[in-house]
Design a protein around this ligand. Structure first.
Ligand SMILES: [Ca+2]
Ligand SMILES: [Ca+2]
Ligand SMILES: [Ca+2]
Length: 282
């Protein structure tokens, strides 16, 4: 069950290849139903869709662009196909160690997130834990939903924002410039906003002050909760954290939940003909 993908020219031949992130390897016809007996099939006493804990772990795929409109499955020879241990959601590609070869970052739900470093020989090596992005700064597995990449502190190194499930704050990982990341969620002021399930996200300069801000959209996967717990609404707001330019970001609105929608995706696109950025959410 694919839940995310990214194009990436992993072999630098000028052709965009395709990485596919999968969530679980499940047969829906035989999947367990919401119930109170299985711990992964209810949430705070309300039966909900089961998972991800207890569901079969998925494989991931990499397809090499042949340059003629077709792709070849290179999951096995690249080492991508051997990854089994995380429930993958979205993915993003960027040059983590600034060697000119792109790595692949994968947000994973309730399991360690992945950072696939490019070995420059057609293969990848998973180093999420080694480089500080697999878990929270306290060493906890997080419910990673989506990822965004940008240089929030303008130090020349790309940083990572990763959205999480409700009761977990959106995480900000600062690139130390030495192939390592530090979880600066608390220092940046993001730790207190934990009300919503945040999905699509991006580091984008929304107010044109030069500093990338954080945009995310929220929506639930458990609509059964709202009648029982008003604190878990079916619809969620668009959330903006405004970059203060001093390493801290603050909620844009005093009441960030002014407009509620059911959102899971956000796309950030720089406009070629202006200095502004276009964003879409849905
Ligand atoms: Ca390629
Ligand atoms: Ca940076
Ligand atoms: Ca800004």
């Amino acid at each position: 069950m694919a839940r995310g993908c990214t194009f990436v020219d992993y072999n630098r031949d000028g052709l965009l290849d395709l990485f596919v992130s999968n969530y679980t390897d499940i047969d829906l016809a035989h999947a367990p139903k919401p119930n109170l007996q299985m711990p992964n099939c209810n949430y705070e006493g309300v039966p909900v869709n089961c998972g991800p804990s207890g569901l079969p772990l998925p494989a991931f795929f990499l397809y090499r662009n042949n340059g003629d409109g077709t792709f070849t499955d290179v999951s096995k020879q690249s080492g991508i196909g051997a990854l089994r241990g995380s429930y993958g959601l979205s993915a993003a590609a960027f040059d983590v160690d600034e060697d000119g070869w792109p790595a692949i970052l994968v947000a994973c739900d309730s399991t360690p997130s992945l950072l696939l470093m490019n070995k420059r020989d057609g293969a990848f090596r998973e180093e999420g834990l080694l480089r500080g992005v697999a878990l929270s700064g306290e060493g906890r597995e997080m419910a990673g939903m989506r990822v965004g990449v940008g240089d929030y502190d303008l130090d020349g190194h790309l940083d990572i924002v990763r959205t999480h499930f409700q009761n977990q704050s959106t995480g900000l990982y600062h690139n130390l410039g030495k192939d390592q990341f530090e979880d600066v969620t608390a220092q940046a002021g993001l730790a207190l906003e934990r009300r919503f399930i945040n999905w699509g996200t991006g580091l984008v300069d929304l107010d044109n002050d030069g500093y990338p801000d954080i945009l995310s959209v929220a929506g639930t996967v458990y609509p059964e909760l709202e009648p029982v717990y008003p604190k878990y609404p079916r619809r969620g707001p668009r959330i903006v954290f405004r970059n203060q330019g001093n390493g801290k970001l603050s909620s844009w609105a005093k009441k960030p939940a002014q407009e509620f929608r059911l959102g899971t995706s956000a796309v950030v696109v720089p406009l070629a003909t202006s200095t502004t950025t276009e964003t879409w959410t849905c």
